[in-house]
Design a protein around this ligand. Structure first.
Ligand SMILES: NC(=O)c1ccc[n+]([C@@H]2O[C@H](COP(=O)([O-])OP(=O)(O)OC[C@H]3O[C@@H](n4cnc5c(N)ncnc54)[C@H](OP(=O)(O)O)[C@@H]3O)[C@@H](O)[C@H]2O)c1
Length: 280
């Protein structure tokens, strides 16, 4: 991406999270200036604190938008749209949105970013493989039982490294302007299949158990999860995994010109890096 000011930073919202951290590392490795957007960053950025947005956007050339907690959450589209419009009014040229598949609220957020007037790229993603190693399902893996309200529906888990590669390409190559990429892995796996892959790669004894949404919610309540997050997680497992997303996307091939990383390669690499403790 050409810029009048080579020192103008890329703002990476969620820049210490699963996708943002990888994007920030790649840009920095290319010698490009990066500003992390998160509550602990300097300046701090909070989705709930609109007064923090303008300072985070100061002098920025392009922004990666990873909304928290989830683009499927009620009100996400309005908030993301408001942020995108402010960004454009502050001179930000390019916006890359991290989105999810089969989620009406996420698709409304995509429309808001597209309508903002920015040069846009949408990365509409399947479930991340890294949810098993860098998010809430890691504790389940470590406990030896992954108990979820999901049956044998196929999901093409995408590797966060592929998402980061696509985001960096969108920032640095004009051919991605105005493109919506559906990023998925190359293979449909059930959650049971995914857990079996992790068990094989890590050498750990891990089983998958299908539970009812009611039992899942009760477990989240017992862990002290706030009711709105509880409802969101249950919705993600029951609605988004009802079969509507049981197909592959071509975004990695189309955007990056190569095959998407397979879940087995993710599980092998995560196990080798100690994501689930020492490999047995
Ligand atoms: N996980 C999936 O399978 C999946 C699939 C498709 C799409 N998505 C989308 O991915 C997005 C999440 O991306 P991710 O997984 O890369 O991020 P993540 O790992 O969930 O996010 C953590 C990052 O968000 C920051 N953060 C947390 N609360 C914040 C707040 N209130 N205001 C500002 N920043 C906050 C954290 O830093 P601080 O703690 O310092 O604030 C950290 O940098 C969601 O919008 C979701 O819809 C996820």
């Amino acid at each position: 991406m050409q810029s009048e000011n080579a020192n103008a930073p890329f703002l990476i919202l969620g820049g210490t999270g699963k996708t943002g951290r990888r994007i920030a590392e790649q840009l920095a490795a290319q010698g490009l200036p990066v500003r992390i957007g998160s509550r602990k960053a300097m300046p701090a950025f909070g989705w709930d604190d609109r007064s923090s947005w303008a300072e985070a956007l100061e002098g920025v050339r392009a922004a990666y938008i990873a909304y928290h907690p989830d683009l499927a959450a009620p009100g996400a589209a309005e908030t993301v749209g408001e942020f995108a419009r402010l960004a454009v009014s502050r001179g930000v040229k390019r916006l890359v949105l991290l989105s999810g598949r089969g989620e009406p609220e996420a698709q409304r957020a995509e429309q808001a970013v597209i309508a903002s007037g920015a040069q846009w790229t949408v990365l509409r993603c399947s479930w991340f493989a890294q949810n098993f190693s860098e998010s809430f399902m890691r504790d389940m893996v470590l406990s030896g039982e992954v108990a979820l309200p999901v049956g044998d529906v196929g999901e093409p888990f995408v590797d966060a490294d592929d998402i980061a590669d696509a985001a960096v390409a969108a920032f640095t190559d004009d051919r991605h302007i105005g493109q919506l990429y559906e990023l998925t892995g190359p293979r449909l796996l059930s959650f049971r299949d995914a857990v079996a892959e992790i068990a094989a790669a890590s050498g750990r004894d891990i089983r998958f158990t299908e539970i009812t949404p009611a039992d899942f919610e009760a477990g989240l309540v017992a862990e002290g999860l706030p009711p709105d997050l509880n409802a969101l997680l249950t919705m993600l497992f029951t609605e988004v995994l009802d079969g509507r997303n049981a197909h592959l996307g071509d975004g990695v091939e189309r955007g990056l010109g190569r095959r998407a990383r397979d879940f087995r390669d993710y599980a092998t690499a995560a196990a080798a890096s100690g994501a689930w403790g020492e490999t047995k």
